[in-house]
Design a binder for this molecule. Structure first.
Ligand SMILES: [Zn+2]
Length: 104
């Protein structure tokens, strides 16, 4: 039996059919014998389906109009400046999830 960690590291490629035939067979045999890895592959497939069904880009006109509605009160609402790192973090998280969803 192969190491579960080694198998689980290859599961995303297995799901996305990026492995050659011998590697696919090796993983399929392991999955037939190992419930932990079967649970992991089921979990990855479920996440992939969920992410692919949910990820949608915000329409550009909506995104631009939302920022236009913020009043231009230079200096008055300085507290919004402290939200910029939060906004940047959320954008990075969103891009990371979209990137990861391509592999699941
Ligand atoms: Zn296993």
């Amino acid at each position: 039996m192969h190491c579960c960690q080694e198998i689980q590291d290859a599961l995303i490629d297995y799901i996305n059919r990026r492995l050659d035939q011998p590697e696919c067979c090796r993983i399929a045999v392991h999955l037939s014998e190992c419930k932990a890895c079967r649970d992991e592959v089921a979990f990855l497939i479920k996440i992939g389906r969920h992410c692919c069904g949910q990820a949608e880009d915000v329409p550009a006109d909506m995104l631009e109009s939302a920022f236009d509605k913020i009043p231009n009160t230079a200096g008055k609402y300085r507290f919004l400046d402290c939200l910029e790192p939060v906004y940047d973090s959320l954008q990075i998280t969103c891009k990371t999830l979209r990137f990861a969803a391509q592999f699941i």
